[in-house]
Design a binder for this molecule. Structure first.
Ligand SMILES: Cc1cc2nc3c(=O)[nH]c(=O)nc-3n(C[C@H](O)[C@H](O)[C@H](O)COP(=O)(O)OP(=O)(O)OC[C@H]3O[C@@H](n4cnc5c(N)ncnc54)[C@H](O)[C@@H]3O)c2cc1C
Length: 467
């Protein structure tokens, strides 16, 4: 029985090569193709090549004991095919792993062509109806999944479980918030006082608003120009609607009396915990489309955030991704059974569908390759009749999957790998080790030990795949 992999970007080729190297026969579908001498592309891709990097050529940091480094180290230990190619095609880029994009794509195409277990099909997949030719399907069609397939995924997952753009609020490192300038409170004192509130007087608000109105927007490509939902407008768009619009929207002060003064501020920015450890907070309702440098400048005008260290900036861009926390298990499998195609064919099917890459709810080149690699492993195990063993939580790979499968579904946004997603040190150790770099080093050491234990315990032939 063959495996169907849909998508020839980053996650798809990695999944196909991984599964093939475990002896599985794979059909790799890619809709980009030469048709009548002309390339048929997506709005972001410029070639029909496998593994095209659509924007920057960086696979992020190689500095030891950073989260992107850790993820890549685990992938190297697992023998990631695309990462090996990235290493071979690296160009000098300081502490980052950057690649020669043309060589990178060429070598991926070469590896696929040289793999006897992979058959390439240059076709758009529009139906996910169970096909007896396939044991399972891996969907890796990325942020620009074709319209027909998007409709089919919605049919499978239920409406409302597929998002079409990211609307990301900035995230700030808790340690960089000046707690003397802010206060904890819940609006109208309902529930526990979990929010950090950054109060502004009228003068501070005016300065902030003027800076926001003058800030430079990130450039949007023609196809990225979005019709924003009214309920999710960027702050700069709201600001342009009137000087008070933000004070009746995300900066609404009502019900947020400052306990220190007994007064309600003119405007308030609320920060919500990103995780239970409360070591990072997002600026509620502050999605925006400003250049990152501009965001840093404007957002540091917010009282309490003068020295803020931003872990993530706000963004709004086109992106197709599923509600992974509701839909996927820890082996990236769709939890629900494939529903019947029509009332005339009422049988449903046990045909497993795995998701990988940007469509599964991760963000970034390396994260897409990483989930492609995992999907390839899991698919190979399923085809062999085994129950796949999920990569453990303390690893970077496991943390990424843990995030997409356990995040709050209501506020789910795709994420890059950061320390924020990794398991924190125990409270006692945290208190003992004050130096952040040292804490990160310990987390990395623990992650790699957990990875090695998982890898070492996986039955043959997976183990032989390394290096
Ligand atoms: C404009 C843009 C810029 C980005 N820039 C960066 C960046 O600089 N750095 C970064 O880390 N991340 C970036 N990303 C995010 C992400 O890392 C990339 O999109 C990455 O390529 C995702 O990998 P993927 O394999 O999930 O999807 P893709 O690489 O997009 O691959 C999906 C493939 O599926 C094919 N496909 C779609 N529908 C079908 C279908 N129905 N049948 C068959 N094939 C189909 C597509 O043609 C495509 O080749 C960017 C995303 C976008 C949209």
């Amino acid at each position: 029985m063959r495996i169907r992999v849909v998508g020839g970007g980053l996650a798809g080729p990695e999944a196909a090569l991984t599964a093939a190297r475990h002896g599985c026969d794979v059909d790799l579908y890619e809709m980009r193709a030469m048709v009548d001498g002309k390339p048929r592309l997506t709005p972001a891709h410029q070639t029909t090549d496998f593994g095209e990097l659509v924007c920057s050529n960086s696979l992020k940091s190689e500095s030891p004991n950073t989260a992107p480094w850790l993820l890549k180290q685990e992938m190297r230990r697992a023998g990631s095919a695309l990462l090996k190619i990235a290493d071979k095609t690296a160009v000098p880029a300081g502490h980052a792993l950057a690649v020669d994009r043309v060589e990178f794509s060429r070598m991926i195409s070469e590896a696929i062509a040289a793999e006897p277990h992979i058959r390439v099909v240059r076709e758009e997949v529009v139906s996910l109806a169970p096909d007896p030719a396939y044991a399972l399907t891996i969907l890796a069609t990325g942020p620009l999944t074709s319209d027909s397939l998007s409709r089919e995924i919605e049919r499978l997952t239920g409406s409302g479980h597929l998002a079409f753009y990211d609307s990301i609020s900035p995230i700030v490192d808790a340690e960089s918030i000046d707690m003397n300038r802010v206060y904890m409170a819940a609006r109208w004192d309902k529930g526990t006082a979990d929010y950090i509130n950054c109060p502004m007087n009228r003068e501070e608000f005016d300065v902030f608003l003027d800076a926001l109105l003058a800030a430079e927007a990130a450039e949007a490509k023609e196809w990225e120009k979005l019709d924003y939902f009214e309920g999710c407008l960027p702050i700069e768009v709201l600001a342009r609607r009137g000087r008070d619009t933000l004070r009746f929207g995300p900066m609404k002060p009502v019900g947020l009396r400052d306990p220190r003064t007994g007064k309600t501020p003119w405007a308030v920015v609320q920060l919500r915990k990103e995780n239970v450890r409360a070591d990072s907070y997002n600026l509620v309702g502050f999605q925006n489309h400003l250049k990152f440098g501009e965001q840093a400048r404007v957002l540091r005008l917010i009282p309490g955030l003068e020295n803020a260290h931003f872990l993530r900036y706000g963004q709004i861009h086109r992106n197709t991704y599923i509600q992974a926390p509701l839909l996927l298990d820890e082996c990236l499998r769709l939890k629900t059974r494939v529903p019947p195609i029509s009332p005339l064919r009422p049988e449903s099917s046990d045909h497993p569908i795995l998701f990988a890459g940007q469509l599964s709810g991760v963000e970034g080149y390396t994260e897409s390759i990483a989930t492609g690699m995992l999907a390839g492993f899991y698919a190979a195990a399923i085809v062999r009749g085994e129950e796949p063993v999920p990569v453990p939580r303390p690893t970077a790979l496991g943390s990424l999957v843990h995030y997409i499968t356990h995040a709050d579904p209501k506020n789910f946004q795709p994420a890059n790998i950061t320390f924020d997603l990794l398991e924190p040190l125990e409270e006692e150790l945290r208190k003992k080790v004050r130096d952040k770099k040292e804490r990160h080093r310990i987390v990395c050491e623990r992650a790699l030990a957990a990875f090695d234990a998982w890898w070492g315990a996986i039955p043959h032939p997976l183990r032989n795949f390394a290096h």
